[in-house]
Design a protein around this ligand. Structure first.
Ligand SMILES: O=C(O)C(=O)[C@@H](O)CO
Ligand code: MG
Length: 259
């Protein structure tokens, strides 16, 4: 099993390009990020070239987090901002060599207008991403952490993907969020595997290192591998002690157990 360091949550004491270098030293096979936009893309590219790590993805900007925004794509009255966020993410992502762009939906009332806006933004994202050979990801996010998030269930993501009928639209299967909202992770993953573009893990409920809580990662990821998952799994957790290096004791044993 291969692992990707999510440098949005890991190594947060370092500048982003140095987080890529730290991930390489720690033995990760890939990296992924959240919002790299303040860093000149050439600096990200240089760290990726130097380490040889693939960049799996980045997020569209969330809007104004201080005002409670957690994405824009499904907000009917923010369509222009959502489109600009998509253009920015595809452009930056392509320059960095990223494989995927995660388009963040935002908090909505869950009504038809929101889903219509969401599909319109995703259609644009798929068109732009296709020109760069990139895939668009949509991620069901738990509503305990992000109340009102438009996309919270894997089946809803599958419905949206079916409605759009695009080849480059996939699910970000984040086991942390889906365990909280729905559970039944192994069956749900097997059922939706053809639609899954990326997998992420963290302990539940504390979102710490994947070495405890209510998920047995060894058995979960063994089942994912048996189902056919070969791409890296994203380590998207918040180190419990704050120090990423100190908390990395989970990586080698989990990798060894899965080989
Ligand atoms: O919160 C998550 O889970 C994510 O994967 C992020 O991309 C959202 O910021
Ligand atoms: Mg995630």
């Amino acid at each position: 099993m291969l692992f990707s360091a999510n440098i949005g949550f890991l190594y947060t004491d370092l500048p982003l390009p140095d987080r890529i270098r730290a991930a390489k030293r720690a033995g990760f096979d890939a990296v992924e990020c959240h919002f790299p936009y303040d860093v000149p893309v050439a600096e990200m590219r240089a760290a990726l070239d130097e380490t040889g790590l693939p960049m799996l993805g980045l997020n569209t900007v969330p809007g104004n987090p201080a005002a409670g925004d957690f994405g824009l794509a499904a907000l009917p009255d923010r369509a222009e901002e959502a489109a600009a966020a998509v253009r920015q993410a595809v452009e930056y992502g392509a320059a960095m060599g990223a494989a995927n762009v995660h388009v963040m939906a935002g908090r909505t009332d869950g009504g038809a207008a929101a889903e219509q806006a969401y599909r319109a933004t995703l259609g644009l994202a798929c068109d732009l991403a296709a020109e760069k050979g990139m895939t668009v990801l949509i991620e069901p996010i738990n509503r305990r952490d992000v109340a009102g998030y438009h996309l919270a269930h894997v089946e809803q993501a599958a419905e949206t993907i079916a409605a759009l009928g695009r080849d480059n639209l996939r699910i970000m299967f984040d086991c942390y969020h889906t365990q909280i909202m729905q559970g039944d992770l192994i069956r749900r993953f097997q059922t939706h595997l053809p639609l899954v573009g990326h997998v992420q893990i963290a302990a539940v409920p504390d979102r710490g290192e994947p070495d405890g809580g209510e998920i047995c990662f060894e058995r979960l990821l063994a089942a994912f591998a048996t189902a056919g998952w070969k791409a890296p799994v994203g380590a998207e957790y918040k180190p419990r002690g704050g120090d990423t290096e100190v908390g990395l004791g989970w990586l080698a044993p989990l990798r060894a157990a899965l080989t």
